[in-house]
Design a protein around this ligand. Structure first.
Ligand SMILES: [Zn+2]
Ligand SMILES: [Zn+2]
Length: 253
């Protein structure tokens, strides 16, 4: 492969991640925020985000897409020439990556809330107290590296996961991260499963307002295990958002 064709392949990969991350967020934003008279889903917080906030979310999510595209390009070089596994193995690897990422995310996220790392790194994501779908990857570049490059790629390498498994992982992560930050009380069919194992947008919205609860990403399991789960609904979040706004007057967090 020549240097030119490698650069073109990398550019294509970055463009794909930009399209997937911003395209998914844009689809949700248009249907929920711009066509809000046509949606019956409740806004979690009463306030509407400013255009400046949305622009900042898009800016940081775009930087994240470039970072992830570069990491994905590097992994494709590592994987070059390896025989693709069967479809069953591809899906099994993707499921393992999702489960491992959920556990890894919980502990990394809690570490990012430590006194040392919050102000330096994670505060950027919490700047969006009333997030829109464009906040899906609006994080400090160091946080993107820790949460979206180390995992899944280091784990994928250890597991021997192929590119199709990574692609399934990314489809899942981009979808859940965009829904999780949508700002509306969306309930998916999986939210009606016994024990309600999945995080909802209202639960993650609550994390953006009250930083010490609901650290999980996909599942509620880790928050249940470590007693950080706080059930949420649009109504309770709106009430808590009002509390948070009055808190903001006395706290500079
Ligand atoms: Zn978030
Ligand atoms: Zn956080």
């Amino acid at each position: 492969m020549t240097a030119e064709s490698m650069a073109a392949a990398l550019l294509l990969r970055i463009s794909c991640f930009l399209l997937l991350i911003l395209g998914t967020a844009a689809a949700l934003y248009v249907s929920l925020y711009l066509m809000r008279s046509k949606t019956s889903v409740a806004k979690i917080q009463n306030r509407w985000p400013s255009q400046r906030q949305v622009a900042r979310e898009i800016f940081y999510s775009s930087i994240a897409a470039v970072q992830i595209g570069v990491a994905d390009g590097a992994y494709s070089v590592v994987q070059a020439g390896i025989t693709p596994p069967s479809i069953a193995v591809v899906f099994a690897h993707a499921m393992i990556l999702v489960l491992v990422h959920d556990i890894y995310f919980y502990f990394t996220h809690r570490a990012l809330h430590s006194r040392l790392l919050f102000r330096r790194i994670h505060a950027l994501h919490h700047e969006f107290r009333n997030p829109t779908p464009f906040a899906n990857f609006a994080e400090h570049p160091v946080e993107i590296f820790l949460i979206n490059v180390v995992s899944p790629y280091a784990f994928a390498y250890l597991l021997g996961a192929s590119e199709p498994s990574i692609l399934i992982f990314w489809a899942w992560l981009i979808f859940t991260a965009s829904i999780g930050h949508c700002g509306f009380d969306i309930r998916l069919p999986v939210d009606r499963l016994p024990g309600r194992p999945f995080m909802t947008p209202a639960a993650h919205d609550l994390h953006h307002q009250h930083v010490c609860v609901n650290f999980g990403l996909y599942f509620r399991t880790m928050d249940c295990l470590f007693a950080t789960l706080r059930p949420a609904s649009a109504a309770s979040n709106t009430r808590l958002a009002t509390d948070a706004e009055s808190d903001a007057g006395t706290s500079n967090r």
